[in-house]
Design a protein around this ligand. Structure first.
Ligand SMILES: [Zn+2]
Ligand SMILES: [Zn+2]
Length: 213
């Protein structure tokens, strides 16, 4: 027979939603704040043993209930709407699928070629150098089908890493991709690359944090 005591106290005492696939967007979203992107204590204070809370770490406040919750950062006072992590992951995956069908870029670009998904970085024997582009980037030629490709423009674009923080902030605040492009000067394709990059970083970060427990 089920009794209320069977419900885990931890489930009922969360004030913030569970992360989904390592993604938790419910942190302070003010890029200027020391606690930017630091996950706050997800539990309600009531009934928690003292040993589990970090002293001198501002908890902030969660007010409201259901879909109308707001988290206010304890350090900078900025409020943000508490989001469903699962919905963020779903939307991210939808976008990633739409804009990422091509596979690795440093490989033969010919769809029919056997080297199509064999990156230069892992199979250098499949390619040979073939001069330079007008902009000076190294050009490579596939030894199998003799199709040429270059990586120069891609590598240059990745130097704009200072936009990562801005992009993360805008995504978590629900800005459309077109607006993110306007603010950062990135084309939509680059915005999606940043999202991928940030996603991988978030996964790494979460894995490190959980590994250290
Ligand atoms: Zn803050
Ligand atoms: Zn080829």
């Amino acid at each position: 027979m089920l009794t209320p005591a069977i419900i885990s106290p931890q489930d009922s005492q969360r004030r913030l939603p569970f992360p989904k696939h390592g993604i938790d967007v419910n942190f302070c979203r003010n890029p200027q704040c020391d606690l930017f992107a630091e996950p706050p204590d997800p539990f309600k204070k009531l009934g928690r043993p003292k040993g589990n809370t970090k002293p001198n770490y501002p908890r902030g406040k969660v007010i409201g209930s259901g879909d109308e919750k707001t988290f206010t950062c304890g350090a900078c006072g900025q409020s943000s709407i508490v989001k469903n992590n699962g919905a963020v992951v779903d939307e991210y995956r939808r976008l990633r699928k739409r804009f990422q069908q091509e596979g690795p870029r440093d490989c033969c670009p010919a769809d029919a070629c056997a080297n199509r998904n064999k990156p230069l970085s892992q199979h250098p024997e499949l390619y040979r150098k073939s001069g330079r582009t007008a902009k000076g980037a190294q050009r490579w030629k596939c030894k199998t089908c003799l199709t040429s490709f270059s990586l120069g423009s891609r590598i240059r674009r990745q130097h704009r890493s200072n936009a990562n923080r801005d992009v993360l902030w805008m995504i978590t605040n629900g800005l459309p991709i077109s607006k993110i492009g306007d603010f950062t000067g990135l084309c939509p394709r680059d915005v999606y690359r940043k999202i991928d990059f940030i996603y991988d970083r978030v996964i790494d970060h979460t894995a490190n944090r959980e590994g250290s427990f």
